[in-house]
Design a protein around this ligand. Structure first.
Ligand code: C5P
Length: 232
């Protein structure tokens, strides 16, 4: 007889930095009332943990242990804006987790196969009813290959850098645009060229170029795709 485990619907949204994934996934999860996985945050946290413990990027065995035992809590923020406080090993790292410096660390630990394997179960644990919106680089290809809807977002490198620039400035970080463009290029190259789970669209993914398109319009497109598949 066929097993009758309830099927948890999943929408995966993959793409490079600055493609709009983070904002759109938050909006989608809120609209659908589903759980949200920000997988980039997990890679960023492994990067911070490695730095705190003095573990080098080439020490794969130690990185695997850190990734497998991440002591992290995502706590609701003080206001009602849906903000989340990130606490790693008892330390509030909310202010640094999305910094460019930590993004660069994340992309280095993300190229280590043992780290990716150690984070698989933790990512899949987010897949609970009523559904999951998963934001990342390999959500549709590796982590949730059975997802009902897979989306791959892109945008021109200039627009992605400009979006990141605005985000970081709004957060109060001192960044230079030319430096950011260079950082994004380095990170893109590493994500695209790594041998394990490189950034690439799943063959079933719907490709959406968000260059010059407003968040509201991309969101409307995603909701219409979700409705077409009976998810909303
Ligand atoms: O999405 P975010 O900018 O937070 O990701 C930071 C870095 O973590 C990415 O540049 C990528 O190298 C890595 N990452 C990954 N796989 C994911 C999510 C993020 O390798 N699923």
């Amino acid at each position: 007889m066929k097993q009758s485990r309830p099927q948890v619907p999943v929408i995966t949204v993959d793409g490079p930095s600055g493609s709009g994934k983070g904002t759109l996934c938050r909006l989608l999860a809120r609209e659908l009332g589903w759980n949200l996985l920000d997988s980039g945050a997990l890679y960023r946290l492994v990067g911070i943990a490695a730095r705190n413990h003095g573990v080098g990027i080439d020490n794969h065995a130690a990185l695997e242990v850190l990734a497998g035992h991440l002591d992290v809590q995502f706590q609701p923020g003080a206001d009602d804006a849906g903000d989340v406080r990130v606490v790693l090993e008892g330390e509030d790292v909310t202010g640094v987790v999305r910094s460019e410096e930590v993004g660069a660390l994340a992309s280095q630990v993300g190229a280590v196969a043992a780290v990716r394997a150690a984070l698989l179960d933790r990512q899949r644990a987010f897949c609970v009813l009523p559904g999951l919106v998963a934001d990342g680089r390999d959500m549709g290809t590796e982590v949730f290959p059975e997802a009902e809807l897979k989306v791959f977002l892109t945008a021109s490198p200039e627009e992605r850098a400009a979006r990141r620039f605005r985000q970081l400035i709004d957060k109060g970080d001192a960044v230079s645009l030319p430096r950011l463009v260079a950082d994004i290029e380095t990170r893109d190259r590493r994500d695209l060229e790594r041998s394990v789970s490189p950034l690439r669209p799943s063959p079933e993914a719907v490709l959406i170029d968000t260059t010059g398109v407003s968040i509201a319009d991309v969101f409307a497109r995603l909701m219409s795709l979700a409705r077409e598949r009976g998810l909303a």
